[in-house]
Design a protein around this ligand. Structure first.
Ligand code: ATP
Ligand code: MG
Length: 410
């Protein structure tokens, strides 16, 4: 993409009404626009990153054998009444002119459980799992953490259906491993943390927590074996010995990027979702639910990967791989290099603005934080080369123009 075509612009100053680092940086660099507290637009750069996050999540969900669907956001009151969740504080409620009442979806156990009723009759229909990536709505009391805590935010929610606890347990473990893979591909170091079930379940759950001062959670964790518990439940001793190994228990603030739940028969009983086993006996289906917040993941990446000059995206989620800059009369050659890079499958953002000086272009390259900066100038062209620099790393190298596609496609 050419920067001249991007309708958004970077800002010179950090926005004054934002207190969190993720929102300050993402707004200043033109990734998000704050419409209201806890309500954000994902601008073209931010939307590209969010889609890369979603693509990684999708690949791993599909690898689990889950299939994707899209459920409604407007969820009739009868669903919430069936599960006794109409009085949950975070739900936005509305009434239409005919008097029908709805809650905006803040999670979708009720909706999918009712859908499953039509399609599952026998043990032969089990197990299965389905997920969606959708905007969720929660009337969050404290929406001060930028996109870490939205009132409208994106969630990937996966639901699974099983004949018994043992089968749920098996799949639950598969999801846990799949989540670790997702976060690793996203460049995040997530601790699998035991936590209480909150509004979802009485059983303890597993949260995926990334250490960060911006987090609203606190975890007790062992650096050695990575055993971890949320502060709200824990009886682990700070500075004491890990119960699982001979490591020491540390304490740190953290961001919850994912959470998985064994729901048991809580929702299947509420909706009479049963199956008939081999002996002809009718039994309630055992369920699990599994969430990741892609928009919170994006905010977490901004919190974890930045320096004083701006963002530092991991390559897997950067909106583009390369920031291409043409200086002093090298525009013609740069346009050719731009094309050549795309031909090699390298995603390039080309700073083709002719009214901006080198200093401003370098500052924007750092602020936007793409992994690689390529500079073409009359000086580099004298050596038939371009200058290649990695964001956040010292030093740069000259790469011959003819090799640039091959070098950067790797
Ligand atoms: P929190 O404790 O931070 O309020 P939660 O435990 O209520 O979150 P879950 O219901 O477990 O959240 O939702 C699954 C995932 O959705 C979370 O792990 C998180 O990644 C994301 N998420 C939840 N609430 C928000 C929010 N308000 N804004 C952005 N992402 C969210
Ligand atoms: Mg949670």
């Amino acid at each position: 993409m050419k920067l001249s075509r991007l309708f958004t612009k970077t800002e010179k100053e950090t926005p004054k009404d934002e207190t969190s680092v993720n929102a300050q940086l993402l707004e200043q660099a033109g990734f998000v626009y704050k419409n209201n507290s806890g309500i954000y637009t994902y601008l073209p750069l931010g939307w590209r990153t969010l889609n890369k996050i979603n693509a990684i999540i999708r690949e791993e969900m599909n690898a689990l054998g889950a299939t994707e669907l899209l459920m409604p956001t407007l969820v009739n009151k009868r669903y919430w009444e069936a599960s006794e969740r109409w009085d949950v504080d975070v739900m936005y409620k509305l009434k239409d002119e005919t008097g029908h009442e709805f809650g905006l979806g803040w999670t979708h156990e009720e909706v999918i459980t009712e859908i499953a009723k039509r399609y599952v009759q026998s043990y032969k229909d089990l197990p299965f799992s389905a997920y969606q990536i959708q905007s969720k709505f929660r009337n969050e009391a404290r929406a001060k953490s930028g996109i870490l805590r939205g009132r409208e935010f994106l969630m990937k929610d996966l639901y699974s259906f099983h004949r018994d606890e043992a089968d749920l347990q098996r799949f639950y473990q598969d999801v846990l491993n799949s989540y670790l893979k997702v976060f690793q591909r996203l460049g995040l170091d997530a601790y699998v943390t035991e936590a209480s079930g909150g509004a979802f379940t009485k059983e303890y759950t597993h949260e995926f927590q990334v250490l960060s001062e911006a987090g609203e959670d606190t975890i007790f964790y062992c650096e050695k074996c990575r055993y971890s518990q949320n502060k709200e439940i824990t009886n682990l001793p700070q500075g004491g010995k890990c119960p699982k190994c001979d490591g020491t228990i540390n304490v740190g603030k953290s961001i919850e990027v994912g959470n998985i739940f064994r729901l048991g028969t809580r929702f299947s009983k509420a909706f009479n979702l049963n199956f008939v086993d081999e002996k002809g006996e009718s039994k309630p289906i055992v369920m699990g639910s599994y969430g990741i917040g892609p928009s919170r993941v994006m905010g977490t990446l901004a919190e974890v990967f930045h320096d004083k000059s701006g963002l530092l995206w991991p390559e897997s989620v950067a909106p583009f791989k390369v920031y291409l800059i043409a200086l002093d009369g090298a525009a013609k050659e740069a346009a050719k290099i731009y094309q050549r890079l795309w031909d090699h499958g390298v995603e390039v953002l080309y700073d083709d603005r002719d009214d901006k000086g080198a200093g401003e272009k370098f500052a924007d390259a750092d602020l936007i934080g793409l992994p690689i900066r390529v500079i073409v100038s009359s000086k580099t062209l004298k050596e038939k080369s371009v200058e290649v620099k990695r964001r956040g790393k010292p030093g740069m190298e000259l790469v011959p123009v003819k090799d640039i596609g091959k070098t950067l496609e790797k």
